[in-house]
Design a protein around this ligand. Structure first.
Ligand code: C5P
Length: 227
């Protein structure tokens, strides 16, 4: 079974407040995007990476990645789901397995990636990496006060990669977007269509670099834990 990674990398990263989108910031010797894509290509079962890049993005063409025959660039869209959809359009075989992975998660471990692949291949409709929540969870009332404490015993952080069959994911995204469902990850599109992807416990250090203080933490993980 050949596997293809789809990497949405067309966000502007406004919460980072940097001079360029966060995936182009350098940590531990190269850009976040290069760490992320190298990590995926290191896996022996992943053939190629389709990466969704903003149409006017001036940074991607300057990276050696742009010349890598195993990397295909497509145009990203307005929302993350649009960027993923655009990536799926570059995959002909509906039965191919795709792993959708955020450009902003450079600290993925091969061990987690392997665990996800094993579980997804044995599943009905796919699987995602996820981490159990650690803190007590509150729902707010919209006025910065607590409405209710949410039972945390089976509450998870949805991480990436998220692994599905290309055709099934494409159909689910199409329907979810047409129905106006909230689609902030791929699994939510399948859930919208009545499916229950598996939760595979992954490490919480697979963080999504979002705010300035995340850069030092990600660099620490890359330098000290991934060797
Ligand atoms: O903004 P956030 O951190 O949730 O974005 C998650 C991933 O989705 C990032 O890798 C970002 O580049 C990507 N994205 C995208 N197209 C968009 C918005 C976000 O590819 N329109």
């Amino acid at each position: 079974d050949k596997m293809i990674a789809v990497v949405p990398a067309a966000g502007v990263g406004s919460r980072m407040a940097a001079d360029r989108p966060k995936q182009y910031l350098h940590i531990a010797g190269k850009t976040i995007l290069e760490h992320t894509i190298d990590r995926l290509l290191q896996h022996p079962m992943i053939d190629r990476v389709v990466v969704a890049i903003g149409e006017q993005d001036p940074y991607f063409p300057t990276l050696p990645l742009a010349e890598n025959p195993r990397v295909t660039r497509v145009d990203g869209g307005a929302e993350r789901a649009d960027s993923v959809f655009s990536g799926l359009a570059a995959i002909d075989d509906p039965d191919a397995w795709v792993l959708v992975h955020d450009a902003a998660r450079p600290c993925l471990r091969q061990q987690d990636l392997q665990k996800l692949i094993d579980e997804a291949l044995a599943s009905e409709c796919g699987a995602i990496l996820a981490a159990p929540v650690r803190d007590t969870m509150k729902r707010g009332n919209g006025r910065q006060a607590i409405a209710v404490t949410v039972e945390r015993s089976d509450l998870w952080h949805a991480l990436t990669p998220q692994m599905f069959r290309a055709g099934q994911l494409k159909q689910a995204l199409e329907k979810a977007l047409a129905d106006g469902a909230v689609v902030t990850d791929e699994a939510s599109a399948l859930e919208h269509c009545g499916m229950s992807p598996k939760l595979v416990t992954g490490r919480a250090d697979n963080l999504k670099v979002t705010q300035p203080e995340d850069l030092a933490i990600a660099e620490f993980y890359l330098q000290h834990l991934l060797k």
